[in-house]
Design a protein around this ligand. Structure first.
Ligand code: FE
Ligand code: FE
Length: 314
C-alpha cells in the first residue's frame, strides 16, 4: 500500500471562469465504451465472469438508450428557475419519474437473459414477476439509497434501466441546462452522489470531475479536496502497489480518502490510461475497497452495480 498527498487545491487548476463546469459523455457511445472497458479489465481477472456479465448489461443499456422513447423534460422556465436557485432540475427526489424506464427495463432483461448465469436468471425471473407499482417502490428505495428495502440481487438490473432513463434526460438537455448546484458533492443534474471521480485529458486536461452514479453527468471539483465534505486537510491517495489489482495498474485508479469525514472515493486518471471508466474501473478494483474498509474508511458514493459489500462480491 502507498499513500501520497500530491497537490494543493488550485495548484494546477485554470482560473474558475475558464473551466467547463459540466462534462457529458457521448450519448451514442457511453455504455458501449463502458462494456468495452469491462471486457478489457475482465482478461485474467479473478472476477472475470462478473465483469463480463456487467459488460453484457452495459451493451443492453446502450441499445435501450439508443431506442429510448420521447419523455417529458423540464421546460426552459423550469430550467431557469433551477439555475437561479442552484437546484438540480432532474432531481431523483422530486422529478416525476416517467414509467418509460420500466420499458427500458423490459428491453434490458430480455436481452441480458441470453448472457446471464443461472443465479442471475433467477433474479431476472423475480423482477419479471413484479408489477409496475412494485417496480416503482423498488426504484424509490434504490434512488434514496435505502438499501434495507431492496432485494440487492435485483439492484444492478433495476438500476441499469434507471440509469438509461436519467442519461436519456441529461444528454437530451445537454451541458447548458445544468448549473452549479447548492451542494457540491451531488450531481447538478439529478442530485445523486458520485460513483468516482476522473482526472480528464484533452480540453479538460488535468481537471477533476465527479461522475454521477446515475445520469453520467460529470461536474468539476478542484483536486486535493474531499469530494464528500470539501475539506482540504489530510487528503490521502491510496493504491495497491505493483498493479496486482486489475485496473489499478500504472496508478490509473486510486482511492482518495479524507481523515476529516472518514470517507473515500476512487479517482481514475485518464493520463495513465485514456480508457479508464468510473464505473468499470471501480468494479474491477474491489480489493482497493477492502483495503480502505480495513483502514476504517467508508465509501462516500455508491456503484449501483454493486449494492453488496465488496467482500461478498469477490
Ligand atoms: Fe446525475
Ligand atoms: Fe471529507
Amino acid at each position: 500500500m502507498s499513500s501520497t498527498t500530491i497537490l494543493q487545491p488550485g495548484e494546477i487548476e485554470r482560473p474558475a471562469g475558464d473551466i467547463p463546469y459540466i462534462y457529458l459523455p457521448t450519448r451514442s457511445a457511453v455504455y458501449h465504451d463502458r462494456a468495452a472497458r469491462l471486457r478489457t479489465l475482465a482478461q485474467g481477472h479473478s472476477m472475470r465472469d462478473f465483469l463480463l456479465f456487467m459488460a453484457a448489461l452495459c451493451e443492453t443499456q446502450q441499445d435501450a438508450l439508443n431506442n429510448f422513447p420521447a419523455v417529458p423534460l423540464p421546460d426552459a422556465s423550469r430550467l431557469n428557475q433551477c439555475r437561479e436557485h442552484g437546484m438540480p432540475p432532474l432531481s431523483v427526489q422530486s422529478w416525476p419519474r416517467d414509467p418509460a424506464w420500466q420499458q427500458a427495463l423490459t428491453t434490458i432483461l430480455a436481452r441480458v437473459k441470453q448472457h446471464a448465469p443461472p443465479a442471475s436468471q433467477a433474479t431476472i425471473a423475480r423482477i419479471e414477476k413484479m408489477d409496475s407499482a412494485a417496480l416503482e417502490k423498488l426504484a424509490d428505495a434504490l434512488l434514496r439509497s435505502d438499501y434495507e428495502q431492496v432485494d440487492l440481487a435485483t439492484a444492478p438490473l433495476v438500476a441499469s434501466a434507471l440509469q438509461v432513463y436519467w442519461t436519456h434526460m441529461s444528454t437530451s438537455l445537454g451541458v447548458h441546462a445544468f448549473s452549479r448546484n447548492g451542494v457540491g458533492n451531488l450531481c447538478p443534474a439529478c442530485a445523486s452522489p458520485p460513483v468516482a471521480s476522473v482526472v480528464r485529458i484533452g480540453g479538460e486536461q488535468g481537471l477533476r470531475y465527479l461522475c454521477c452514479s446515475l445520469c453520467e453527468t460529470q461536474w468539476h471539483m478542484v483536486r486535493a479536496k474531499c469530494s464528500n465534505c470539501e475539506s482540504t486537510k489530510d487528503i490521502g491517495y491510496y493504491s495497491i502497489k505493483g498493479g496486482s489489482v486489475k485496473g489499478s495498474f500504472g496508478g490509473a485508479v486510486k482511492a482518495e480518502s479524507c481523515d476529516e469525514c472518514g470517507s473515500y472515493l476512487k479517482i481514475v486518471y485518464m493520463d495513465k490510461d485514456p480508457h479508464v471508466d468510473p464505473v468499470a474501473d471501480d468494479l474491477a478494483t474491489l480489493a482497493l475497497d477492502l483495503m480502505m474498509d480495513e483502514n476504517g474508511k467508508s465509501r462516500s458514493g455508491p456503484n449501483l452495480f454493486l449494492m453488496t459489500a465488496p467482500e461478498a462480491a469477490i
